[in-house]
Design a protein around this ligand. Structure first.
Ligand code: P1T
Length: 385
């Protein structure tokens, strides 16, 4: 029987244990033990040796994460960037080239451009909203295509099917960062991606109280390489954080529906405001890639960005007037957040690159929470006035 998304989110990885001596917990316990005793030296108990290598709470989460994407394998890490780092270490070597979307999360861009460059891994950034740009950038050294869709913070959409076909044609691996939509709204593996990466800090955890990252995939050989490095590098998710992420993931579907309802209402409201220059939300018909979004996702998520008329000071002043939206980095939690990418999440992206890409000083990113729609709209109305 193939189970629905919400059923998998609740049950997968957490089947009660009815074996002799087990207690039948309906929520997987937090196994804090760092090491596991064995009756015989050469015979690890149920495969458990040491928590960095394998831990029962993390294993439950990894099974759940795989199930959410309909994937064969899942791996959990101590942050989204820890997942990204382990993935790069597993798939690339010195001399290789990555083709990256030019609007990646600032931290991912920093990791590629400022850290892995020291290991002689080069990056070519392209506007991946046009798949031909990706193909044109391919060189003999290219190994990997790394995209986010929608992007952070401009909500650009890349056509995953088209880019997967290009990757396949040239023997490259396609990685999709699916943090913004979560597996509830988008399943990149089904669209042809090879590897999906998440900051589970965001929607999957969902409550702004646990940092984490994950990788899901179907290819056994790639999985074994990444799993080897998960242990060898050691950036694993702790048992307590695995528990919090398991707990958050169970309500992903109901949260995503309310995030989306609120985001669409706010986007439509902002479109009508004189002080707002432009609104970026893939759920709006006016969004330049709305049709691709419709074709590859089952929803548009809870993040939108908009540009205010005026200066950076005006944008800061607007944020300070909001009462229900905290000014803070991050996204995907139940509470609404706002931020100015140019001086916050994307401050590490050089100013000239930000300007070319359209991240102006008055661009405001909103992570719309799951509060009552009318309260959020009223807060925005008052702050704009
Ligand atoms: O913060 P961490 O869990 O390490 O995840 C990094 C990351 C990866 N990918 C995307 C698309 C992200 O948005 C992030 C983290 N982003 C923020 C903290 C932010 O405010 O945009």
């Amino acid at each position: 029987m193939s189970l629905g998304f919400s059923t998998r989110a609740i049950h997968n990885g957490e089947e009660p244990d009815f074996r002799e001596g087990a207690s039948g917990d309906v929520a997987v316990p937090i196994h804090l033990s760092t090491t596991f005793a064995r009756l015989k030296a050469g015979n690890p108990t149920a495969g458990y040796e040491y928590t960095r290598s394998l831990n029962p709470t993390r294993k439950a989460l990894e099974e759940k994460l795989a199930a959410l994407d309909g994937a064969k394998y899942g791996l959990a890490f101590s942050s989204g960037l820890a997942a990204a780092s382990t993935l790069i270490i597993s798939l690339l070597k010195a001399g290789d080239n990555v083709i990256g979307f030019d609007d990646l999360y600032g931290g991912t861009r920093r990791l590629l451009s400022n850290v892995f460059v020291n290991f002689n891994i080069s990056v070519s950034y392209v506007d991946a909203t046009v798949p031909e740009n990706v193909e044109k950038a391919i060189s003999p050294e290219s190994r990997l295509i790394w995209i986010e869709t929608p992007t952070n913070p401009l909500l650009k959409i890349a056509d995953i099917r088209a880019i997967a076909a290009i990757a396949k044609k040239h023997g490259l691996i396609l990685v999709v960062d699916n943090t913004f939509l979560s597996p509830y709204f988008q399943k990149p593996l089904e669209l042809g991606a090879d590897v999906v990466v998440y900051s589970t800090t965001k929607y999957i955890g969902g409550h702004s109280d646990v940092l984490g990252g994950s990788i899901v995939l179907n290819d056994k050989q790639l999985y074994e390489k990444i799993a080897y490095n998960q242990n060898a590098v050691g950036a694993v998710l702790s048992p307590f954080d695995s528990y919090l992420t398991l707990r958050g993931a169970k309500t992903l579907s109901v949260r995503m529906e309310q995030h989306q309802r609120n985001a669409l209402a706010l986007a439509e409201f902002l479109q009508k405001q004189k002080k707002v220059k432009r609104v970026l939300y893939p759920g709006l018909k006016e969004h330049p890639h709305h049709d691709i979004a419709v074709a590859q996702t089952s929803g548009f998520g809870g993040v939108l960005s908009f540009e205010l008329e005026g200066t950076l000071e005006d944008a800061e002043s607007f944020l300070s007037k909001l009462k229900l939206f905290s000014t803070a980095e991050s996204l995907g939690g139940v509470e609404s957040l706002v931020e100015i990418p140019a001086i916050m999440t994307h401050a590490s992206v050089p100013k000239d690159v930000r300007e070319i890409n359209g991240i102006s000083d008055t661009l405001i990113r909103v992570s719309v929470g799951i509060e009552n729609t009318e309260d959020l709209m009223e807060d925005f109305r008052n702050a704009l006035e």
